[in-house]
Structure formats: C-alpha cells, structure tokens
Design a protein around this ligand. Sequence first.
Ligand SMILES: [Zn+2]
Length: 237
Amino acid sequence: MSDLLSQLYRLQTRIQFVRERERKRDTVPPDLVEVDREYKEKVEAVAQLKARLTQAELERRKAEGELADLKERLKKYQAQLRNVQSSREYSAALNEIDGVEKAIRSTEDTFLELEEEIETARTDLEAREKTLPEETEQHEERMKDWRVEQRAINDELGSAKTEIEQLEAQIPPRDRAEFRRLVEKKHGLAVALAVGGSCSACHVKIRPAAMQILKQGREIIYCDSCKRILYYEPQSS
Ligand SMILES: [Zn+2]
C-alpha cells in the first residue's frame, strides 16, 4: 500500500510538472509578446490577402459571365426591335433593352471595381511576400533564445512523460482509474501530503486513528474533509 501511495504521489508530481512546463513552453515571454504579435499579424495579413484575392477573382469571373449573358440578351432584344409589328411590341422591346442596358452598366461597374481591387491586392501581396522571408528570419532570430528554452522544455517533458507511462503501468487499473477521477475532480491535486497531522490541501486535522493507519501505510486513507487521498512521508511530518 505504501508503495502504491508513493507511486500515486510521484505520478501526481510528474503530472503537475508536465502541466506547468507545457504552460511555460506555450506562453510567449512578456518581452517577446509584442514582437511575436506583430510578426503573426504580418503572416495573417498575407493569408487574408491571398484568400480575398481568390475570392475577388471568382467574383470577377462571375461578373464576366453575367456580362456576356446580358450582352447576348441585348442583341436578342435589338433583333426583336427590328421585327416588331405594333407600337405595343415596340415599346415592350424598348423597355427590355433599357433594363438590360442598366444591368450591363451596373455589372460593368462591379467588374471594374473588382479589377481595381485585384490589382491593388496583387501589388500589396507581392510586396508583403517579398519582405516576409526576411521578416521571418528576423523574427526567428529574436525568438532564438526562447526556442532554445522551448526545446529544453520539450526534452524535460519527454522524460517526464516516459516516467508517467512507467508509473501508470505499475499501478493497478482500478487505482489508476480512481486516481484519474480524483485528479480531474480536484483540479490536479488528488493526493495530499499529511503535514503536522493535518491534510496539506484543506488544512483539516486528520483523526489520530486515521493518522495511525496512514503512518503504517496499511490502506488508502481519504481526508474526511476534502476527500483527497492522504499521503504520509516520514520526513515531512
Ligand atoms: Zn483535506
């Protein structure tokens, strides 16, 4: 039992270590936050520009198609106009022509606006893509020390995770499941050290009889108050 408890306690320590180091690894240091944000904005701007360009090109192709259709229709109505039999037919055809001509003008405007937008976006994108490699290099240079630190953390994490796997393999599945459940419920602190006869997590005094069993390491004792697994280390009492 005391073996199991020390394994659980060690497991918890390692899990906490992994969480803390992962947080550290994934948090950009304060002095680099601004630099990193600026760089990410530049990368994001290029991505957005590319997406908008693709979209605008699609819209332009659509306007082009619409324009071709409208011009076809205009030809058709103009032909009709030449063959009208009555003044009623004549004014109807004129009306159609008027409508189609309006649509053509508006679609041509849209087309030209898109042409302009595409041209501007292309120039902008070209300029941004030209400077981005150098900016990336500069950014990585500024982040260099941080990257070294991140790699060191990853190494630490690697060995910690291996130890976690080994510990978990040694712990009986039922205890492992119970521990996991408790870790989840107690926000990472499932096993609490008994210090000076009290639970170190909630500071409630442990009953003497429970303390006795705990010291002997005969069975798993839970804190009466916070329901965590208690762990006793002779040197920490
Ligand atoms: Zn407690």
